[in-house]
Ligand binder design. Structure first.
Ligand code: HEM
Length: 225
């Protein structure tokens, strides 16, 4: 295990941890978005899907076991991703205490700043989102196991829909920059491959953002009721 500690202490190690945990989190966000598309098929389909998530693996394993394993993996990824990002930021500041203020690197610092603020917005959103649609703590008419009802009545409140839209736009930028810098960390710099990198990062970020933003908009516009 010590080799991992030594590796993680280096900047390269932290970037690798960010890339691996980022890919896992990205995979989750993609699957979550695909699952949520069932909103358009109606209450039976969406609620059945939510039930499947809890029943996954049973009766081989107790109900909710697989769900809890995936929750723990996600949580470990989130903690490592945020820890590596924070330490890398501190390392960068210490290596360059004067800052870029007088230098001509506007796009590099813009991307980095977006990543940090985007990360903070997404983290705050996930806490709100769990209290809203998973535990129902901040949902005014939460019904346990009626996911369709919770989503639709939740998004009928305009400012809740706005919170989801803003957070998912921030997530879209974060995914785009994140995928992009992951390729850079992995050393994929070949010009021909570079074109594909941009196309890949753009397509995934746009598809995920468009679908996620469409859910609150569909409810607000009355398309989904
Ligand atoms: C408009 C977009 C979204 C919708 C409609 C949505 C909907 C939902 C719903 C209905 C649940 C509860 C599922 C259940 O109890 O069975 C849920 C859980 C969850 N969502 Fe989302 N979600 C959205 C975006 C996101 C995003 C962008 C993230 C992460 C960045 C996210 C992370 C989670 C997590 C971690 C859970 C808890 C899963 C669990 O362990 O039970 N969601 N979401």
């Amino acid at each position: 295990m010590n080799w991992f500690g030594n590796f993680y202490r280096s900047a390269l190690g932290k970037k690798a941890v960010m890339a691996v945990t980022g890919v896992i989190l990205f995979g989750w966000i993609f699957l979550h978005m695909v699952g949520n598309l069932k909103l358009y098929l109606g209450p039976v389909h969406l609620n059945e899907y939510a039930h499947f998530l809890r029943a996954m693996g049973s009766p081989a394993v107790p109900e909710s076991f697989a769900l809890w394993v995936s929750r723990i993996v996600l949580l470990v990824c989130v903690v490592l991703h945020i820890h590596a990002a924070t330490v890398l930021t501190i390392m960068n500041r210490e290596a360059r205490p004067v800052g870029y203020r007088d230098r001509d690197y506007p796009s590099a610092t813009y991307a980095a700043r977006t990543m940090r603020w985007g990360g903070v917005i997404i983290a705050l959103f996930v806490v709100y989102h769990l209290l809203h649609l998973t535990t129902g703590t901040v949902h005014p008419s939460f019904i346990k196991d009626d996911v369709y009802h919770n989503v639709v009545t939740g998004f009928r409140v305009w400012w809740v829909a706005a919170v989801y839209i803003i957070a998912n736009l921030a997530l879209g930028l974060h995914l785009y920059h994140g995928l992009w810098s992951m390729f850079a960390s992995l050393g994929v710099t070949n010009a021909r491959v570079s074109k594909w990198k941009r196309a890949f990062a753009t397509t995934f970020a746009v598809v995920i953002t468009a679908a996620n933003v469409s859910f609150p908009l569909a409810v607000l516009s009355g398309l989904v009721r």
